[in-house]
Design a protein around this ligand. Structure first.
Ligand code: PLP
Length: 393
């Protein structure tokens, strides 16, 4: 796996860089900055200091004993919900903000769906004194008001995008337009393992700390690797980060769980890897939900963080090569998993993370007696409104 991606940024047939000519140089500049970062001990130790003292790493692995007993398996959670700002997103934004600073940029832009990446970007920008603008679909601005308030309080400018479906994919187009016009002084801080090369690799590397910590913590607690490792998949960054430590291990099965939406509601689309096919979106070749004519299909999920029409190129490769498996979890199963964890262990998980747990609960019979590690990618505070609404129905 060390050779992934190749020099052109491909994971097998996925990835690459499909961007306007005017952005190619910025991508090379980023590649250089990242190469320098890997060799620069001062920058690396600044990064390590921030992850430890600012973000709160290492996050613990927690043995959920009551839930384990109820499900008939040994269930462990990697607690990314305890990272500062409430999800794994900050692992990546702290790394990229240091790269941006080393390239002499004074401004960052981002796009966000549920707002978690927007908050993590605004936080990293506040920490380093950079200007920050976040593009967000007008629909999402309304759905995720609390995160919009947080971003504004942190000093970011939030731009509601009113074109198209008014959701994440339209915000991505606006962010790209901004970057083309501002690339000299601006870094586009991409929040998942998506976008043109070298973003998928950089984001995976910054999230791989989840896997490195978890693997040694699990060995310390149980004396061996887990039988199964499960993570939810939106763009795919928390899964890629956790999986990276277990790739090629014969004793551990890796399972990525996509949002299955309102299973079978007419007109709904979800689960890019299970039901999509390869196409070019947001600068790279990936599995994508699209019509026969190549129109990108909007995704529905109860969790806005999984509402993404594609999934990062590395996951396409892991799926095709059988190194990881991918499954779906419906809105209803995710909601039930969220409530179950809350009542059994006193942990309110993000609805995104609840998809990973929902998969485990649905498949508890085939997992019986085995050791399962689930990535708890974030906490559920941001989802209170959605959960309340769903429970009324
Ligand atoms: C953003 C988000 C996700 C989905 O993004 P990935 O890149 O697939 O990890 C999952 N969980 C939480 C809590 C999130 O905020």
């Amino acid at each position: 796996m060390k050779s992934m991606p190749d020099k052109q940024g491909y994971y097998g047939e996925y990835g690459g860089r499909f961007v306007p000519e005017s952005l190619i140089n910025a991508l090379y500049e980023l590649e250089d900055a990242y190469r320098r970062f890997l060799k620069d001990t001062a920058m690396r130790s600044e990064h390590a200091r921030l992850l430890r003292d600012y973000a709160g790493r290492p996050t613990p692995v927690y043995h959920a004993r009551r839930l384990s007993a109820k499900l008939g398996l040994e269930l462990f959670f990697k607690r990314e919900d305890l990272v500062h700002t409430g999800s794994h997103k900050l692992n990546n934004t702290l790394g990229q903000i240091l790269l941006a600073r080393s390239m002499g940029k004074r401004r960052v832009i981002a796009e966000t769906g549920a707002g978690q990446h927007g908050v993590a970007t605004a936080t990293a920008a506040a920490l380093t004194g950079m200007d920050c603008r976040v593009y967000m679909g007008a629909e999402d601005v309304a759905r995720q008001a609390q995160n919009v308030h947080r971003m504004k309080l942190l000093g970011a400018e939030v731009i509601p995008v009113k074109t198209g479906q008014r959701t994440l994919k339209d915000a991505v187009s606006e962010a790209m337009r901004d970057w083309v016009a501002s690339v000299r002084d601006t870094h586009y801080l991409i929040g998942s393992v998506i976008g043109p090369s070298p973003f998928p690799r950089i984001v995976r590397d910054f999230q791989s700390i989840i896997g490195r910590e978890a693997r040694s913590q699990m060995r310390r607690i149980t004396g061996r690797d887990p039988d199964t490792v499960v993570a939810c998949v939106g763009g795919g960054s928390n899964a890629a980060g956790l999986f990276s430590a277990y790739l090629g291990s014969k004793s551990t099965t890796l399972i990525g769980v996509e949002a299955g939406g309102r299973s079978k509601a007419p007109g709904d689309h979800s689960a890019s890897l299970s039901r999509g096919r390869p196409g070019i979106f947001q600068g790279s070749r990936i599995y994508l939900l699209q019509t026969d004519e190549g129109q990108i299909l909007p995704v529905h999920s109860i969790s806005a963080g999984l509402d993404y029409s594609g999934v990062g190129p590395e996951h396409g490769y892991l799926k095709d090569s059988g190194l990881a498996r991918y499954a779906e979890c419906s809105d209803a199963d995710a909601l039930q998993a969220c409530l179950y964890l809350t009542r059994t262990e006193g942990i309110i998980p993000a609805l995104e993370s609840s998809h990973a747990l929902g998969y485990v609960i649905r498949n508890r019979r085939s997992l019986r007696g085995s050791t399962v590690l689930v990535n708890l990618s974030g906490r559920g505070d941001k989802d209170m409104g959605i959960i309340e609404e769903a429970l009324k129905k």
